[in-house]
Design a protein around this ligand. Structure first.
Ligand code: C5P
Length: 407
């Protein structure tokens, strides 16, 4: 029971999805967590304190100036006692408050007065989710270290509109909480395991000043490395050039070229799990010399001759001496995503492929969300579109499950 006796402070804010907070409380209590709820004033339009009280086993708190609680500075005590603060559903308004440090009611004051980890499950109308103000607030919350789960694509309860904004299902949030709390437990599901992750693009030089690159941001791989580290694994992340900070507790090795990535990966073996999410350049330029190519008056443009780069995933998956127990590859495709990914799994010799559609317009390459299919020996699973952090949580949970079954 990974959540046994873990104290979760659940902040419920206003929105149709508030009813799902009741199911979430149920799921968490089934996992033996202790849940204390705080309701924002907006939440009262959708839920009654009585129903929250009935499922949580204790009345929710909702008044910043309740004299019974405030004599011992209740909002500070509440947040200090928790192992994790979860905001579900998180309305656009409440996320804006969090991002800006407002604290004009108990729910927001609890957040601000806390140094505990925080997880947020947004739920709102698709337009609100896409609005630049919400995008800005999301980025700020991520920079502040807040973990985000969802939202997902689906039909909105209130308007029938379809789009991104539906709160993740309570079961998925409860699972994500379990994974999130890995890193703060003494017994962690990937403790003693080593995980090797590749992420980001590679830069292939054309001459000393120019290079060929791709649009990979490294976000998915960085999120996986961060979650695996929280799950207790010893994580090495071999990263191409990206503008992301090192994930906490992860050994980061920065390289530029595919060949340097191949060398760093080889040096990092043996590992129990390898997750190759880097967008490695398939080809590099065969360089003639070490000088900058000059633009000569009247001369034709230079032609570049390409040679193939080492296939790092294939090398790891078919390694003679140090093949990891589980090798996961990624497949970024723009057409026949699943079909190509199934073939790729065979060709590369890896165990799983995480496949995604990176066609222009999906916003996935370089974006913060991902919609993936997991291809294993048992077939294809279609995962809903969600934040890259949530994809990482699901993937690491699956990996941890595999090891749990082996023991
Ligand atoms: O062949 P393709 O590039 O589509 O395969 C993608 C998968 O292979 C990803 O997991 C990627 O990290 C890995 N790969 C690699 N080395 C290469 C090319 C791809 O590790 N040279």
């Amino acid at each position: 029971m990974p959540l046994k006796d873990r104290r979760i402070l659940l902040i419920i804010t206003g929105g149709i999805a508030a009813y799902k907070a009741l199911i979430l409380i149920r799921r968490l209590r089934e996992k033996r967590a202790a849940v204390r709820a705080v309701m924002s004033s907006g939440a009262h339009n959708f839920l009654t304190p009585l129903s929250v009280s009935a499922v949580a086993g204790a009345p929710p708190l909702d008044d910043l100036f309740d004299p019974r609680d405030e004599h011992d500075v209740g909002h500070i005590r509440l947040s200090r006692e928790a192992d994790l603060i979860v905001v579900a559903p998180a309305s656009a308004d409440f996320m804006a408050k969090m991002a800006n440090g407002l604290a004009d009611d108990l729910a927001s004051a609890v957040y601000l007065a806390s140094d505990k980890p925080v997880m947020v499950a947004p739920a709102m109308n698709p337009m609100m989710w896409q609005h630049p103000a919400t995008r800005r607030n999301m980025e700020r919350l991520k920079d502040d270290g807040v973990a985000i789960i969802g939202p997902e694509t689906g039909e909105m309860a209130e308007s029938g509109e379809a789009g991104m904004g539906r709160m993740s299902e309570p079961e998925d949030i409860a699972k994500a909480i379990e994974v999130f709390l890995f890193g703060t437990e003494t017994k962690t599901p990937l403790a003693g395991r080593s995980v090797l992750v590749t992420a980001g693009p590679t830069y292939e030089p054309i001459d000393p000043v120019r290079y060929i690159a791709n649009r990979s941001s490294g976000r998915q791989g960085y999120a996986i490395a961060a979650v695996a580290a929280r799950a207790g694994a010893d994580v090495t992340l071999v990263s191409g050039p990206v503008s992301l900070p090192d994930p906490r507790g992860v050994n980061v090795i920065r390289i530029e070229t595919a060949r340097a990535m191949a060398d760093a990966v080889e040096a990092a073996l043996p590992a129990d799990i390898a997750i190759m999410s880097a967008a490695v350049a398939d080809w590099r330029v065969q360089m003639e010399g070490g000088e900058k190519i000059k633009k000569e008056q009247g001369a034709p443009p230079p032609s570049l001759s390409l040679v193939e780069n080492p296939d790092i995933l294939k090398t790891v998956a078919r390694h003679q001496t140090h093949r990891p127990d589980i090798v996961v590859g990624f497949a970024a495709e723009t057409e026949k995503v699943v079909e190509h990914a199934i073939a790729k799994r065979q060709r590369k010799g890896c165990d799983w492929i995480v496949a995604n559609d990176v066609s222009p317009g999906t916003g996935i390459m370089g974006g913060s969300e991902n919609a993936v299919h997991l291809i294993t020996e048992n077939g294809v699973e279609d995962w809903p579109r969600m934040d890259k952090e949530a994809v990482a949580v699901r993937l690491v949970t699956r990996l941890a499950d595999c090891f749990a079954k082996q023991v």
